[in-house]
Write a protein that binds this ligand. Structure first.
Ligand code: HEC
Length: 127
């Protein structure tokens, strides 16, 4: 009986949505530890939409985050970035770190700062 109850509790407790907020919170916390005081979703949106010599985050992820994107080089279809339509997003720190690194380098020609990553994430998880 207790085992069943515990099993039930665990299934109810860890929903995909919670995995996202846990992972994103941990990311934001790590940026705070690097000195970032607060995060600004609007600044994140601006950066996401900014054009860097013809490149932007939307080059692969598309303009509408609730729609699929298309990788500008490989033409591979990318699942929507918006959590509202894709609950699998932003659930693994390792994945976020890897792609922030690659994608900032490709788009901005440099890595994003902790402030920039935090701003972008804060905006992204609201979508
Ligand atoms: C050259 C293509 C390309 C561009 C440009 C690009 N991305 Fe990505 N991004 C990818 C691919 C490929 C993945 C991994 C597959 C997936 O998650 O759909 C990914 C995944 C991500 C993830 C991980 C999401 C998750 O579910 O954990 C984040 C965060 C991300 N990108 C942020 C950015 C940001 C910020 C920019 C702009 C600075 C950007 N991307 C621009 C191709 C791109």
């Amino acid at each position: 009986m207790t085992k069943i109850m515990l099993g039930l509790l665990l299934t109810v407790a860890i929903t995909p949505a919670m995995a996202n907020s846990l992972a994103v919170d941990a990311m934001l916390q790590s940026y705070r530890q690097l000195g970032v005081v607060s995060f600004d979703a609007q600044a994140g949106q601006q950066l996401w939409q900014e054009d860097f010599d013809g490149r932007s985050c939307g080059s692969c992820h598309g303009q509408d985050l609730t729609q699929t994107g298309k990788h500008v080089k490989t033409k591979k279809i990318l699942k929507p970035m918006a959590l509202s339509v894709n609950v699998d997003r932003f659930s693994k720190q390792k994945k976020m770190k890897k792609w922030f690194k690659r994608n900032c380098k490709w788009t901005l020609g440099r890595e994003c700062t902790p402030q920039e990553k935090g701003d972008i994430l804060t905006w992204l998880i609201e979508q």
